[in-house]
Design a binder for this molecule. Sequence first.
Ligand SMILES: [Zn+2]
Length: 195
Amino acid sequence: MLHKTIKYCSQCGSTGVKAMVPAGDTHPRPTCQSCGHVVYQNPTIIAGCIIEHQGKFLLGKRAVEPMVGKWSIPAGFMENGETVEQAATREVLEETGAEVEVLGPYSIFSVPHMNQVYIIFRARFIDFIMPFGEETSEIEFVDKSQVPWSELTYPAINQILTRYINEDGHGQFGLYMGCFEQGLVHPFVTVNQRN
Ligand SMILES: [Zn+2]
């Protein structure tokens, strides 16, 4: 269980914030010793897409930290008030300028040491409808022979794209879930077949 360090209570300004288990709760939470304010911290969701177009898929080069200069599929933090599909397509639009249609979920994986959950969809490219944003320096549709494997942001992205390319060759896509801390992002496999 990780908490961001909280020095000051956001309600009363006190410096007396300590981890305590609130009455009836199960987890320690940063709790103000002066006014009793409890801070609830929960994982953030990162949504993104593998964007398919004519046998290729879209990668973006990051213009900002972390991983500036590295390539990835477009993905970013879900905002309040949107669905996870909306988050994924919004991030795609912001980072690449592309309008896409979500085809289905492809990968769900947890990164517990970062308190993050990634939800990655397959999506169909429709069109570029605006310039890409400041988080991106370059975008490119690549086929399986053009992936900059040594310049991808994270091992998880390598794994997702490796599996995607293999499945694309067979014309059947599974749904995966896994855990970054177990070394493999996708230990569990489901394909669309009856048991
Ligand atoms: Zn307080």
